[in-house]
Design a protein around this ligand. Structure first.
Ligand code: BGC
Length: 334
């Protein structure tokens, strides 16, 4: 009996000193878009994780509009968020959001995409994006070490697009310099639009009488657009093409043989880390970056970078289905 009483007292004490749930902590989340499936997942994961942690997460989506993003973030700041998780549509114009947040004493996590040209203090949470490009470049140059290439990059306003390209070009450029690879198109794709990628690929195919041997597409969305252009010429499945994001549509194309690879960046992990980091920042805890930084043009930003994985037909089941990222029924639908 006595022991029970002590246990109960102990429990009561533990309950009173337990760290407060973050119920009163408001966190803002500003996302660039919901067009690519990955951003839908990022949003769902962060909402679920915030709920678990008792965080009041306020979400805004900017639809690829830089000034709308500034206005939405001003609004979040005025709602009294303590941390802002910001995935910028336009890397450099988003620096003003960091200024405004800093003035209001709000910490910023630059999420997935780096905000550039800010001299202020913030954290970056993403994947190793140069590595993403390296995986794409290494893959495509091994498949097609000689031949005619279409090289597409993502949105010119997205710092990631530059990093992906930088990584891929480490492999493509030396072969192009040697004359083994001929690059017949080298273009950024406005707002990462699949329809824009399709148009560019159509142009390149027409201009080169369909003599294209490989395509570097920066993500699954743009790959999808380009594969439509290839399909219209009876070339889908014949021309190796890269991707990224492990979108369902990309995985289906890999299984069907029209897309050669994708990159798996587990958004479940990224979203979870973002919410954890937001909590740590509100509690004044240090963020464990293991000394990593990424330069934003003005300063080194302390960074947490997760590891991207390459997915081909051979490891798709293992990486995407067994991990529960995609379902077998959907990927192998008839
Ligand atoms: C992300 C990619 C995504 C692209 C288009 C990039 O910043 O890292 O995963 O495909 O934006 O939304």
């Amino acid at each position: 009996m006595k022991r029970m009483l002590w246990t109960m007292l102990g429990l009561a004490a533990a309950m009173t000193v337990a760290p407060a749930r973050a119920a009163d902590v408001k966190v803002g989340l500003s996302l660039p878009t919901q067009r690519e499936e990955r951003w839908v997942k990022d949003k769902l994961v962060m909402e679920a994780e915030a709920k678990k942690a008792g965080i009041d997460l306020r979400v805004q989506v900017t639809d690829n509009d830089a000034s709308k993003q500034v206005a939405q973030c001003e609004n979040l700041i005025s709602q009294g968020v303590k941390v802002l998780i910001l995935a910028p549509h336009d890397a450099s114009s988003a620096a003003v959001i960091i200024d405004k947040a800093a003035k209001a004493g709000i910490k910023v996590i630059s999420y997935d995409r780096l905000v550039t040209n800010s001299t202020l203090d913030y954290h970056y949470l993403s994947f190793d994006n140069v590595k993403v490009g390296e995986l794409q470049g290494d893959f495509i140059t091994k498949k097609v070490p000689k031949g005619t290439y279409i090289v597409l990059a993502g949105s010119p306003t997205d710092n990631n697009a530059k990093l992906f390209r930088e990584g891929a070009m480490k492999y493509i450029k030396p072969l192009a310099d040697k004359g083994d690879i001929k690059i017949v198109m080298d273009q950024f794709v406005k707002d990462w639009q699949p329809s824009e990628a399709q148009k560019l690929c159509e142009q390149a195919l027409t201009a080169n009488l369909n003599k294209v041997d490989a395509v570097l597409a920066p993500n699954d969305g743009t790959a999808g657009g380009c594969i439509q252009a290839l399909a219209a010429q009876g070339l889908a499945g014949k021309v190796p093409i890269t991707g990224q994001d492990a979108e369902l549509a990309g995985a289906i194309r890999i299984v069907q043989g029209t897309q050669s690879m994708t990159i798996f960046k587990d958004t479940r992990e990224l979203g979870k880390r973002a919410i954890q980091m937001a909590l740590e920042l509100t509690q004044g805890k240090p963020i464990d970056t293991q000394g990593r930084v990424v330069n934003n043009g003005k300063r080194d930003v302390p960074s947490v970078l997760l590891t991207p994985l390459i997915v081909t037909r051979d490891n798709l089941d293992e990486l995407l289905i067994k991990s529960g990222y995609l379902t077998r029924e959907k990927v192998y639908r008839k």
